[in-house]
Design a protein. Structure first.
Length: 109
């Protein structure tokens, strides 16, 4: 199971309505994220809107990618919460790591 599938299952179990907004571009042969950083877009009546970037263990690369994207900063200003979800396999099963990107983060755009 891919990290996005694991994340979708976890978020749905927490009451979020989740949709995948990443797609595959057959011409460039790569995956394309919405606004260059969103894999999943989630909504919940009590918690608002959440944009999620899914990954394995490479949090640093994904964090730098988001902090260099001006559209991510605009999403935060509009009230959209941004999180990075990473997954790794342990002896006891799969474990998620979640990091929230805030408006006070070190932006580089």
């Amino acid at each position: 199971m891919r990290p996005a599938q694991r994340t979708m299952a976890k978020l749905r179990s927490e009451g979020w309505i989740v949709d995948k907004v990443e797609h595959y571009n057959s011409h460039s042969r790569r995956r394309v994220d919405l606004y260059n950083f969103i894999d999943l877009l989630c909504i919940c009546p009590n918690r608002g809107v959440l944009a999620v970037q899914c990954c394995g263990r490479d949090f640093t690369w994904h964090r730098k990618k988001i902090l260099a994207e001006k559209r991510a900063f605009v999403c935060l200003q509009a009230g959209i919460k941004i999180e990075i979800w990473g997954w790794r396999k342990l002896k006891a099963g799969w474990r998620s790591r979640v990091e929230e990107i805030g408006i006070d983060s070190e932006w580089t755009f």
